[in-house]
Design a protein around this ligand. Structure first.
Ligand code: ASP
Length: 603
């Protein structure tokens, strides 16, 4: 080894020891006869003192060195002189007096500071990702990710799970996204699909008798990128035999709590055991199936009161079976008239962008005798107002926001308003982990455009046993055995008990618009496997990138992935994707046909 110690480990107990360190120049301060270099490696930073009088060779090397030069330093540890300790450094009580310095490599001036934690243009970061990853905050994220995965592996091993790798070159495994296809050279005109998840294979491993499987699995979904979505991402994928919904949820909850309390002990978990929310309730209260429960701001139905008000839109909506709901924004009505008009118009714009036609509101006075402000205050009688205030738990100074439209639009507005209000009210404590389970999803969601049912999770999800007869009579009412784990408004895991019976699986295909012929061509191997003693089974998959993002308090998953893609799906460092060589295309029997638009977007 070119080093005997790490930069980060030196403490007063090492005083007097001769050490060899190797790392990068974090900072250099030249004071003439004495040069100070802060030397950095993955473990931390230590101050090196280079004295011209006692170590002229080392002083020459230090004079030549610049930021990010790679140095090997031989010297002696000493406790820093009285009054010069640096409490900001973990090694701040000591320094290394250099005897000899070797420049192992030079560095050009980096395109951004490695040693200063400041905002850097993300394009630059992506282009020089190896330098970005050298920055201590990024190293912390990547190491946190390692610790998460290591903990999971050890924990599941103890619980009797076997880690089994499944292929990347496989056949379509739909999870609701577009497949990535890989052309086969050996079989011209045929394609592999990259797995959107190892779903089929893990179920087949249950048929194969492994009973408890997991994998840190790479998944591929060709969809538009977002802050919490990449083309390829990592799941903790898991499957268990002879289990019921409760078993999978319990094991995962225990694992999640142990993991969080070990790797991010500074982040409190909002509630243990995790809250369980039925899908229908989540939609009614929060407008989403991944509610952020760090705050309330729940939508409350006031249809019965609004239906008899003098506000024509509410009256006719209620008559047409549409909901009228209120979100109470605590204290937000206690502002000046001008500020209130500005706020209400901003919130109305937000509601419109979520599909609403408008947003009615009432601002409650601070004093008992004050007037209710807002466009619909006079449309409610005193008694109706009192009933309304009691229903929503209104307090003086509150702002009440009224939503009424189709159920779907009210959901979207509820979700948008809650997120926005929570930010304005400062209710988003990034330090808290607010986990909850969402259960009792519908098995299917109606796809108006294609006039068919879409699986709410995927086509292998078992309906709740008591709802199986509904597949024949009223599929939209059947609940699936799906369970999702949500944290701070992000879905961090999702799974279900699976169908393990061929006849039942075959019933699903026509409902989701697949002919039996097509289903057999795509999934014949699954159907066949179900005829050879398939145990009842179920599982789950965690989105590891999202989870580590939340643990790290990072704003998006790119911060916790070593080499992520940009929003355009590109690797900005290596310039992928890139054109193929003509010879490669020929071997693959492919021809590329581009129109003008394609040429433009390929840049
Ligand atoms: N395959 C599912 C997914 O990737 C998870 C599961 O059902 O286990 O979301």
């Amino acid at each position: 080894m070119l080093k005997t110690h790490t930069c980060g480990e030196l403490r007063p107990v090492h005083a007097g020891q001769e050490v060899t360190l190797a790392g990068w120049v974090n900072r250099r301060r030249d004071q003439g006869g004495v040069i100070f270099i802060d030397l950095r490696d993955r473990w931390g930073i230590v101050q090196v003192v280079i004295n011209h009088a006692t170590a002229p060779q080392a002083h020459d090397a230090a004079s030549e060195s610049r930021a990010e030069y790679v140095l090997q330093v031989r010297g002696t540890v000493r406790v820093r002189p009285e009054g010069t300790a640096n409490p900001d450094l973990e090694t701040g009580e000591v320094e290394v007096i250099a005897d000899e310095i070797r420049i192992l490599n030079e560095s050009k001036t980096p395109p951004f500071y490695i040693n200063v934690d400041e905002a850097i243009d993300e394009t630059k970061r992506m282009q020089y990702r190896y330098l970005d990853l050298r920055r201590p905050p990024m190293q912390q994220n990547i190491i946190l990710r390692h610790r998460v995965i290591k903990f999971i592996r050890d924990y599941l091993d103890k619980e009797g799970f076997v880690e089994i790798e499944t292929p990347i070159l496989f056949k379509t495994t739909p999870e609701g996204a577009r497949d990535f296809l890989v052309p086969s050279r050996l079989q011209p005109g045929r394609f592999y699909a990259l797995p959107q998840s190892p779903q089929q294979l893990k179920q087949l491993l249950m048929v194969a008798g492994y009973e408890r499987y997991f994998q840190i699995a790479r998944c591929f979904r060709d969809e538009d990128l977002r802050g919490d979505r990449q083309l390829e991402f990592t799941q903790l994928d898991m499957e268990m035999s002879f289990v019921e919904r409760e078993d999978v949820m319990r094991l995962n909850e225990t694992l999640m709590i142990a993991l969080a309390e070990t790797v991010v002990p500074e982040k409190p978990i909002l509630a243990k055991p995790f809250a369980r929310i039925k899908y229908a309730d989540a939609m009614e209260k929060y407008g989403t199936d991944r509610p952020d429960i760090r705050y309330g701001l729940e939508a409350v139905d006031i249809g019965d009161i609004a239906g008899s008000s003098a506000f024509a839109i509410f009256v006719s909506n209620v008559a047409a079976g549409k909901p009228v709901k209120v979100i109470r924004a605590p204290g937000m009505g206690a502002i000046s008239g001008t500020a209130l008009r500005k706020l209400s118009s901003e919130l109305e714009d937000l509601a419109r962008s979520a599909g609403a036609k408008g947003l009615a509101w009432m601002a409650l006075p601070q004093e008992e005798e004050g007037e209710v402000k807002g466009p619909i205050g006079n449309k409610f009688t005193v008694d109706q107002k009192l009933a309304l205030f009691e229903r929503v738990g209104a307090q003086p100074g509150d702002l009440l926001l009224f939503m009424s439209d189709t159920r779907e639009i009210v959901y979207a507005v509820t979700d948008a308003l809650r997120r926005n209000l929570a930010e304005r009210l400062n209710l988003l404590d990034a330090n808290v982990l607010a986990f909850c389970w969402v259960i009792d999803f519908p098995e299917f969601i109606w796809d108006e455009e294609n006039q068919r049912w879409d699986p709410s999770q995927h086509m292998f999800t078992m309906p709740m046993p008591e709802d199986i007869p509904l597949l024949d009579t009223d599929p939209g009412k059947a609940r699936g055995s799906q369970y999702d784990l949500v944290c701070n408004g992000y879905e961090v895991a999702g799974g279900s008990i699976r169908i393990h019976d061929r006849a039942l699986q075959e019933k699903i295909f026509p409902l989701i618009g697949q002919t039996m012929e097509h289903a057999k061509a795509q999934f014949g191997h699954m159907l066949e496997a179900f005829e050879y003693g398939t145990p009842p089974h179920g599982g789950i998959a965690w989105g590891l990138d999202r989870l580590v993002m939340l643990f790290a308090g990072a704003p998006n998953i790119r911060e916790v992935i070593a080499f992520p893609k940009t929003q355009q799906g590109a690797d900005a460092m290596a310039h992928a994707p890139s054109p193929a060589e003509p010879g490669q295309l020929e071997e693959l029997h492919l021809r590329v046909v581009l129109d003008e638009e394609d040429n433009a977007s390929a840049g």
